[in-house]
Design a binder for this molecule. Structure first.
Ligand code: GCB
Length: 585
């Protein structure tokens, strides 16, 4: 699986079997396991995939574990800058190559890359060792106290569960390309920031050739020249106008590619291709507008979860899920409760899905003593930045959700939200921001966001078995929220009921397939009756693994599909509801 489409650079993927060993007493660092020469006594696990479902001995393990593998580095990588990259390690990681410490990263859902050339042997075999620690505390983000005591409702997998790779770039290279788009009539404007890095000892004159491709056809181009100082970083800005634009939309998800070629001393130093779409997203007069038209988000919130693979959604599973979502008429989902993999969102760009990208800031409630604790604020800022930086060029991303169900009825939450908002605005001011609230009328921070997102469970956690009453309370609550904030569209980001596949009751009863289907119908009718509602997401697309508790029957069963994607009764109902709900209204 590619880390970026058409990376255009030299890469070595590190997928495959790695040696693996638990370190419950945390002795590994002191005993310098990273300097060890033989790993024959260690177990073997597949990467990428969490450790939990690869062996029953590891399923409930929380703590430190070690990974090791060897790889060959080709001779022609000499003289380049080399990074070892990890797309996702849950939760904390430290890495060594050939016994040399490279660095660490905290945060289970965002990518990181460490400089490696000082540790590497070119044209030889090399050894990479990674220590992973998935211990939860009240100060991790998300927080928790144990595998069955998470402050969030999904299984706490551990390990290297997204791709790992080595990447070679030249000493003068493009670190990042950021494209903001605007559209007026059929004319598109691209505001492009290109971050150039030089680790050369002399000042260099450079040229950047920018070419915009519509498929194979070159539709616009531009050139910029500049000087870059020795060992410096420079952000170069360029505006490009594209005429006769084919805008990106759910019904026509048209994608363009920007090819940036960096040239110095008549030599091509680097080339980076970035995929983007031209479209606008705005909140105006209480509506969420895509390309100027009020849009209605319909879909199911998701999780990255599948038997054995755990949090690693293999391309074949993603392909199947997108097929199913399209079949039943979805046009949207939220990456609840953390950013999903790049491939997950590549499909969204290609298939016209409207995505609310959520950061990993879930569970900031109950046991967390102070939400304005500087340590928590620091971690939330960093994860917000890393989440947005990765996905800000994607046309599918229409909103950032900065938290899921925080204690937003606590006054201190405003300080935390303010920090996350600042970070989001600095990283990308072009999308509306929100968070998923479960505090509704008691929420003290709704004034601070652009769109109101609410998770409702009337008829499940309250008003048990009382669907008619649940519908009335939902309707009343939505109206009251709307009265307080008439200028903000509302998206119902969660509603649902557990249904154990195969359990049937007439008349419908909680836990039966019929009850789930009836609840969805009841909610949908209410949502469609409010013109200030800009969408609804069923909780959840598929059943997913959770920790052990009396409220869960081994899985969270609110999926309309089972964990292995077999349909429950609701699927037919949802297909009917969604296909009869237009995308624009
Ligand atoms: C919620 C949470 C989600 C849970 C869901 C449930 O409000 O946002 O993480 O899984 O309810 O099923 O209880």
């Amino acid at each position: 699986m590619m880390v970026e489409p058409k990376f255009g650079r030299e890469m070595i993927e590190l997928s495959g079997f790695w040696h693996f060993k638990l370190d419950p007493d945390k002795k590994g660092e002191e005993e310098k396991w990273y300097e060890q020469q033989s790993f024959q006594t260690w177990d073997k696990l597949y990467v990428p995939a969490p450790w939990n479902e690869q062996d029953s001995a590891y399923t409930w393990y929380m703590g430190t574990a070690w990974y090791e593998r060897e790889f060959w580095l080709p001779k022609d990588w000499s003289g380049k800058l080399i990074l070892v990259g990890f797309e996702g390690i849950n939760y904390r990681a430290k890495a060594w190559i050939n016994g040399v410490y490279l660095g660490e990263h905290e945060g289970g859902f965002t990518p990181f890359a460490l400089r490696a050339e000082r540790a590497l042997k070119i044209g030889e075999s090399n050894r990479v060792v990674v220590m992973v620690d998935n211990t939860l505390t009240k100060k991790t983000v998300p927080p928790g106290e144990g595998m069955n005591k998470t402050y969030f409702d999904f299984f706490h997998y551990g390990g290297i569960y997204r791709e790992a790779y080595l990447l070679a770039v030249s000493k003068l290279h493009l670190k990042d390309v950021w494209i903001r788009t605007d559209l007026k009539g059929t004319e598109g404007t691209l505001d492009i920031d290109l971050q150039v890095i030089s680790e050369l000892e002399k000042q260099y004159f450079c040229r950047l050739n920018l070419e915009v491709f519509d498929g194979e056809e070159l539709t616009a181009e531009s050139r910029i020249s500049f000087m870059i100082n020795p060992n410096a970083e420079k952000t170069v800005y360029q505006k490009i106008v594209v005429k006769g634009v084919k805008p990106w939309s759910p019904e026509s998800p048209h994608l363009y590619t920007l090819r940036a070629t960096l040239i110095s001393a008549d030599q091509e130093m680097d080339k980076k291709e970035t995929r983007f779409g031209i479209r606008t997203v705005k909140v105006e007069n209480g509506k969420l507008l895509l390309n100027g038209r009020p849009i209605f988000l319909k879909g199911c919130a998701r999780h990255e979860d599948f038997p054995v693979l755990g949090k690693t959604l293999h391309g074949a599973v993603l392909r199947k899920d997108y097929g199913l979502m399209k079949e039943i008429g979805c046009n949207s989902f939220r990456t609840s409760n953390y950013p999903y993999s790049r491939s997950h969102l590549d499909f969204a760009d290609e298939n016209g899905f409207l995505i609310i990208v959520e950061t990993p800031a879930v569970g900031l409630r109950k046991g967390v003593e102070r939400l304005d604790d500087p340590e928590i604020i620091g971690k939330v800022r960093k994860m917000t930045r890393e989440t947005i930086q990765r996905d800000r060029n994607r046309p599918s991303v229409v909103m950032y959700s900065l938290f899921n169900e925080p204690d937003s009825d606590r006054e201190e939450f405003r300080t935390l939200l303010q920090a996350a908002k600042e970070e989001a605005a600095e990283t990308d001011p072009t999308r509306p921001v929100t968070f998923a609230s479960c505090r509704h009328l008691d929420d003290r921070a709704l004034d601070m966001v652009d769109v109101l997102c609410h998770n409702f469970y009337y008829g499940w956690y309250s008003l048990c078995g009382e669907l008619e009453e649940a519908g009335k309370v939902l309707s009343r609550t939505l109206d009251e929220i709307h009265e307080k904030y008439p200028e903000k569209p509302i998206v119902v980001t969660e509603f649902g009921a557990d249904a154990i596949a195969g359990v049937h009751r007439h008349p419908p009863e909680m836990w039966s397939e019929e009850y789930q289907a009836e609840l969805i119908k009841t909610y949908w009718k209410v949502l469609l009756s409010k013109d200030y509602v800009a969408g609804g997401h069923i909780w959840n697309f598929a059943d997913f693994r959770v920790g052990q508790s009396p409220g869960r029957t081994t899985l969270n069963r609110k999926g309309i599909f089972t964990r292995t994607r077999e349909p429950k009764l609701s699927v037919g109902v949802v297909k009917e509801l969604f296909t009869n709900t237009p995308t624009y209204r």
